[in-house]
Design a protein around this ligand. Structure first.
Ligand SMILES: [Zn+2]
Length: 403
């Protein structure tokens, strides 16, 4: 570490680098190293001060003198990393009370953006930086060497755009320049397939299946449900955040109470009998929330012969086909949720009720869940067949024309 010799003016107290020249008696010499100013005793001559400077350099070099801590750099309030830190702690994250998963998703997206972006200040960010980010994401490989799929690229991009919007940087790129991906359309399960699943399920497996089919809960909502949340008399189930106990929060901070069928209430009563108390309805062997309830459904689906037979998955660390192993991607809890919504709609429940019970903040999401139902409705089927008949009637007429 370098040591620099300064003089300090008696009157203005300003520092000046000392030069080899004659200084008047009483000049104050000061050593400067790291962020430290060390004033030499009064009456020190320039020669003695120079010697003190050399001594200090040697002491610092040999470790005889303690290295001063470097002066912390002044934080630039407009620096991207400073703004991102604030966004993830006291800013948007605190404002919207983000769940851990949401915070992690934003943190990762913004970390990647910092990696891709060559600028360090928010003011300098332009649409080009976002376009470069899009290219960066496409080329990016995760720690296990895998590229991001299109929905992940889209989500990372969206999260960075939200951050920029929040700081007044909006409409940097045109909508047509956004990363694209095909939105997956998943239809709900057939009534007959659900019946077949139940026929092949044992008592415990059927509890899980009937529960999700009967409440339309998200995975986490079902995982964390406790006996105390179920009102068997009124046949209702409540879902709400359980932060202190399980560190789990309901999506969009929306508590809900959902009505269940008489039959499901009876099934739950029977399940509760051998294990009374107010604990979890679906605990794992250690008494914690069972995070793998989907595995139960996948297991039953294989037994029932309902797998598609085409997908490959990982089972006990081996790549296997879903025709022989419980890895079929057709079976996901979220589709059971869609199925719940569809069966409600089919039974005459109005879309607002379904939206409320699902805990959707936007009606559009609920309508997307029910899109398949419109397509398969009697009215829509009649329209599709009528359109087909329009062509057909002309074929019949032309067939009777003279050759
Ligand atoms: Zn499959």
């Amino acid at each position: 570490m370098r040591v620099t010799l300064y003089t300090r003016s008696h009157s203005t107290r300003q520092y000046q680098k000392a030069k080899p020249k004659a200084y008047p008696m009483g000049t104050i010499f000061v050593l400067r190293y790291g962020a430290k100013w060390e004033t030499l005793p009064e009456g020190t001559s320039f020669a003695a001060a120079t010697a003190a400077k050399l001594r200090k350099e040697i002491e610092l070099l040999t470790g005889a003198a303690e290295q001063p801590r470097p002066k912390p750099k002044k934080k630039d309030a407009g620096a991207l990393d400073v703004l991102i830190d604030a966004y993830l702690s006291t800013g948007k994250a605190a404002q919207k009370n983000w769940r851990r998963h949401t915070r992690q998703a934003y943190a990762l997206a913004l970390k990647l953006f910092l990696q891709s972006c060559r600028k360090s200040r928010l003011d300098d960010i332009t649409g080009d930086d976002l376009l470069e980010f899009k290219v960066f994401l496409r080329k990016y490989r995760t720690s296990i060497g895998k590229p991001y799929d299109d929905p992940s690229i889209y989500n990372h991009f969206l999260n960075v755009v939200s951050f920029l919007n929040e700081h007044g940087k909006s409409n940097l790129v045109r909508q047509s320049d956004w990363p694209k991906y095909e939105k997956k359309k998943t239809a709900c399960y057939d009534e007959s397939d659900m019946a077949r699943l139940l026929q092949f399920a044992d008592e415990g497996e059927a509890d899980v299946l009937e529960f999700f089919l009967g409440v339309g809960f998200r995975n986490g909502e079902g995982t964390h449900v406790e006996w105390g949340d179920i009102d068997l008399k009124n046949r209702e189930i409540k879902t709400y955040s359980k932060r202190s106990q399980y560190g789990w929060e309901v999506k969009d901070s929306e508590q809900r109470i959902i009505g269940i069928s008489d039959r499901l209430a009876e099934r739950l009563r029977a399940r509760h009998l051998p294990h009374p108390g107010s604990g979890l309805v679906f605990p794992n062997t250690k008494g914690n929330p069972d995070k793998h309830l989907l595995r139960i459904i996948k297991r039953v689906a294989l037994r029932a012969g309902l797998n598609c037979g085409k997908c490959i998955g990982i089972h006990e660390r081996k790549r296997v086909l879903c025709s022989t192993h419980p890895v079929c991607r057709k079976w996901i809890l979220h589709t059971v949720r869609k199925t719940w919504a569809t069966f409600q709609s089919r039974s005459g429940a109005d879309v607002r009720t379904i939206q409320q019970d699902l805990g959707h903040s936007s009606l559009v999401t609920t309508l997307n869940y029910l899109a398949a139902e419109d397509r398969r409705s009697a009215v829509r089927r009649a329209q599709i067949n009528a359109a087909d008949a329009r062509v057909r009637q002309h074929i019949v007429q032309s067939a009777v024309l003279p050759q």
